[in-house]
Design a protein around this ligand. Structure first.
Ligand code: TRP
Length: 435
């Protein structure tokens, strides 16, 4: 079985809140405990520089986020847990990738486009207050992912475009310099709840409606007490639809506990009692971790040592890989034999092989760049029909797999996305024109 590599980054720009916990920390920690996965979690502090220019806040946020992940059960011996800025290969790779990615792709990135649209609407220069870091954000994120050849990146829908861009960078680089990168996939987390905040909108720093994850018990109580509710009086039946309080409860409670609260709403529980119940339920989950969090916050040296050990693990992968990439692009020692004849690197590509079997029928297979069997066709009556089937795969990619008149069988341990990636690589190599 192939070990799936998961990777995710957390921008160090603020204090973790319950929304981060429910949407990211808790599912990621659970996921990291599964077998057959290798996880990379990192503190995206280079990303934080794009929007935070208070050094003390970056440092504090890094401490708080690291302590939160550890307190929530992330085991640094099981995963690779590191700080982005401890891996200098990442900004170096960012540069490499920025040289294979079309600028137009970045013009279309959501975050940048939103900034431009806002400026345009206000009658300002389109790029007013946009730093180059914001523009380059997707490239840095691509480098984060490709540096460790992650297969899966758990993200919300708003981040899917960034993963598409990382795939684009992987293909462009591979096409020019050989197969170095795995094309990552977005593992879209639709099942994890987005938590509403105090005012009922999505819990987010930018709305200033958050509940800090490890705020002291008394403060947690006060904040939960301030969640918006309607004006129905004690004894009046209440509905759970649109109730932020109920949604927050659901993210912590079991199904039967949620059902009980739904009943209590219908029976007219007072908002004060409902809030008390929600507070106690959340605190029950958070309290044991709160103590661990506090102990970690009080011991920054310990966290620093954990992050340094994580950086060593990360660099054990990144340093040799970056060496390979530097060589691939031609940043080489002058002592190594200059390969002046091979101006264009011969790129290993997947191939289609057509053949006839002793049964007189015609077959084809798709072989990966590494020789692995990716796809095996069934029997065709004529080479022409087999050729048409190949042409359809070349033109339409993976879609043609299911439309084929003759069964096409993936090779052992081959997933549809492996086949899709190979077909895409072939297509890219055909379409690419020399620069
Ligand atoms: N963009 C992510 C955020 O908004 C953080 C991040 C940086 C990231 N690099 C990443 C996430 C790589 C996943 C993979 O918080």
């Amino acid at each position: 079985m192939r070990i799936e590599r998961f990777l995710t980054g957390i921008t160090t720009s603020g204090t973790p809140h319950l929304g981060n916990y429910v949407g990211s920390v808790r599912p990621s920690v659970r996921h990291s405990l599964r077998t057959g996965v290798e996880s990379f979690y990192f503190l995206a502090d280079y990303h934080a520089l794009i929007k935070v220019d208070e050094p003390a806040r970056i440092q504090r946020s890094t401490l708080e986020i690291a302590a939160s992940w550890l307190a929530c059960g992330l085991d640094p011996d099981r995963v690779v847990f590191y700080r982005q800025s401890d891996v200098p290969e990442i900004p170096e790779l960012t540069w490499f990738l920025s040289c294979v990615l079309g600028k137009g792709v970045l013009n279309r990135a959501h975050a940048y486009k939103a900034a431009v649209d806002k400026n345009t609407a206000a009658g300002n220069d389109p790029d007013a207050d946009v730093n180059v870091g914001l523009f380059m954000y997707p490239v840095l994120m691509g480098a984060d992912i490709l540096m460790f050849n992650a297969h899966q990146v758990p993200v919300g829908r708003d981040q899917v475009q960034h993963i598409e861009m990382a795939r684009d960078m992987a293909h462009s680089f591979n096409h020019r310099y050989g197969e170095h990168f795995v094309a990552p996939e977005a593992a879209i987390e639709d099942h994890v709840a987005t938590l509403p905040g105090l005012d009922g909108r999505k819990m987010s720093k930018s709305y200033d409606n958050t509940i800090p994850l490890f705020t002291p018990r008394e403060h947690l109580k006060k904040l939960i007490g301030s969640i918006v509710t309607d004006s129905s009086a004690p004894g009046e039946p209440k509905t759970v639809e649109g109730s932020a309080l109920f949604q927050i409860y659901q993210a912590f409670a079991t199904a039967s506990e949620s059902e009980a609260l739904r009943q209590a709403y219908a029976n007219g529980i007072s908002w004060a009692d409902a809030k008390h119940l929600v507070f106690e339920r959340i605190d029950q989950e958070i309290a044991p971790m709160r103590a661990a969090y506090q102990a970690l916050i009080d011991n920054p040296a310990k966290i620093e040592a954990i992050l340094q050990a994580g950086a060593a693990k990360a660099r054990a992968i990144a340093t040799p890989f970056m060496g390979q990439l530097r060589h691939a692009v031609g940043l080489r020692s002058l002592q190594t034999q200059a390969d002046s004849t091979a101006k264009v690197v011969k790129v290993a590509l997947p191939v289609f092989k057509q053949y006839r079997e002793s049964d007189g029928q015609f077959y084809f297979k798709l072989q990966g760049a590494d020789g692995r069997l990716l796809l095996q066709s069934g029997a065709f009556v004529s080479p022409k029909v087999a050729g048409q089937s190949i042409a359809a795969l070349q033109a339409d990619g993976i879609k043609a797999l299911h439309g084929s008149p003759v069964p096409l069988q993936p090779g052992p341990d081959v997933t549809e996305s492996d086949i899709a990636a190979a077909l895409q690589a072939l297509k890219t190599s055909k379409e690419a024109k020399p620069v």
